[in-house]
Ligand binder design. Structure first.
Ligand code: SF4
Length: 415
């Protein structure tokens, strides 16, 4: 008994030493990377921004191979301490157009507060949460959350340990001893760990099915790195300040999984040790994440609406009044395609702003959800083919306080 106890203590000590050594090596290595990033941190701050560049924060999703965002937008976004000298008007707090926001809020209430999905839905509808989603988006959120939860036991069976939901994010942070630029790597998603905290898992909710989705090794590697060497964040990442972190603890194994909220499909993106995560990071993510802090050309597009540089960007021409709007509200985007969609069915414009499944929506449930976020007086519309052509339906009332009425705000970014 005594020998067993002593061996257990030795094991724990050895694991801590191994892990501590790996973490120190990683910090040394990351410091080199960080030094490289610091050179890139010499990115000339464009005119119109103010604040500090002492913090570089990147997200695992930015390491995706498909990341084609404007380089200057990315460089500015990676520096949360920089803000436009003249801040643009902001949307009403709580209005969300990201289709996974309601899914995440509902899952938080279920996994962290112990509510049923129905109870969680009532809380959001009653305005007792931070977000105020459009009713149509909330319906999609309920569907997505249910599909996510339905995949839980199958996903969990693949890990071999009981997954406990973790509410606080893990953040990997490198603070150079000379007090230079601080480097943070974060990973969005739903977090789980084993009872002893030595196994960590990140589940990434996806809007669509992941049945035919190719695993993005860059994103998987960056997320695995956060799980391997990240520590629990004790505060929100607001005001451009670095996270306060709890002391890092050793991690034995990591798993990254993506789950399709359209149909509950799932697939493993990464599984292995912290050492493997580090190798993957070097191979698939490091160069990409370094590049997003480097800046470069101006590439106008969808990113402009949320860009800190939109007010002063030399590549974004200003044509006041062109759409008959004297802009005093939040920035919105508009395209000729948006105009065509709005002319055909105004509610579809609002629905398309939510980036929810549409063209690939095949199930009756999703199709019916996609058909509902319409406004009074307009016809229900969905891009999914109907098996039988039914008589045109008039929408039922789906008004959500704060949300625009049909045809009034056909913008992708809603006020
Ligand atoms: S406004 Fe558009 S083009 Fe200019 S930096 Fe931002 S995203 Fe790039």
């Amino acid at each position: 008994m005594c020998i067993h106890h002593s061996r257990t203590q030795e094991d724990v000590l050895r694991k801590q030493l191994d892990s501590g050594l790996a973490l120190n090596m990683l910090i040394a290595d990351c410091h080199c990377s960080c030094t490289g990033l610091r050179l890139m941190a010499d990115w000339p701050v464009p005119e119109g921004l103010e604040g500090g560049t002492g913090l570089l924060r990147v997200q695992a999703t930015w390491a995706r191979a498909s990341n084609s965002a404007c380089p200057q937008y990315q460089a500015a976004r990676a520096r949360p301490g920089l803000w436009p000298a003249r801040r643009a008007p902001r949307s009403q707090p709580g209005l969300t157009h990201f289709s996974l926001d309601p899914v995440m809020t509902l899952l938080d209430l279920v996994e962290h507060d112990g509510l049923t999905l129905e109870q969680a839905l009532t809380q959001v509808r009653d305005g007792r949460t931070e977000i105020r989603p459009h009713e149509g988006l909330l319906r999609w959120g309920a569907h997505g959350a249910a599909r996510y939860l339905s995949a839980g036991s199958a996903v969990g069976a693949g890990s071999g340990w009981a997954a406990v939901p973790v509410s606080r994010p893990w953040v990997m942070q490198v603070k150079p001893p000379d007090g230079g630029t601080i480097y943070e790597l974060c990973a969005w998603g739903r977090r789980y760990e084993s009872a002893d905290g030595e196994e960590r898992e990140l589940r990434l909710p996806r809007v669509k099915s992941v049945k035919d989705r190719a695993v993005d090794l860059g994103e998987a590697a960056a997320a695995a790195m956060v799980l391997a060497y990240g520590a629990v964040a004790l505060n929100q990442s607001r005001s451009g300040k670095p996270h306060n972190l709890r002391e890092a603890q050793p991690v034995r194994s990591i798993r990254v999984v993506e789950v399709g909220c359209e149909d509950g499909s799932w697939q493993e993106m990464f599984s292995g040790s912290p050492q493997k995560a580090r190798r993957y990071y070097d191979e698939h993510a490091k160069a990409r994440l370094s590049a997003v802090t480097a800046g470069g050309e101006y590439r106008p597009g969808d990113d402009c609406a949320g860009c800190k540089l939109a007010g002063t960007c030399p590549a974004l021409p200003s044509r006041p009044g062109m759409l008959g709007i004297i802009g005093t509200g939040p920035v919105r985007t508009w395209s000729s395609r948006t105009g065509g969609t709005t002319r055909h069915a105004p509610p579809r414009t609002i629905w398309s702003a939510f980036t929810s499944p549409r063209a690939r929506a095949r199930s009756r449930t999703v199709r019916s959800v996609a058909a509902r976020p319409c406004m009074p007086g307009s016809q229900a519309a969905t891009s999914a083919p109907e098996p039988r052509r039914a008589a045109p339906r008039t929408c039922r009332t789906l008004r959500t306080p704060g949300w625009p009425a049909a045809g009034r705000s056909p913008a992708r970014r809603l006020a």
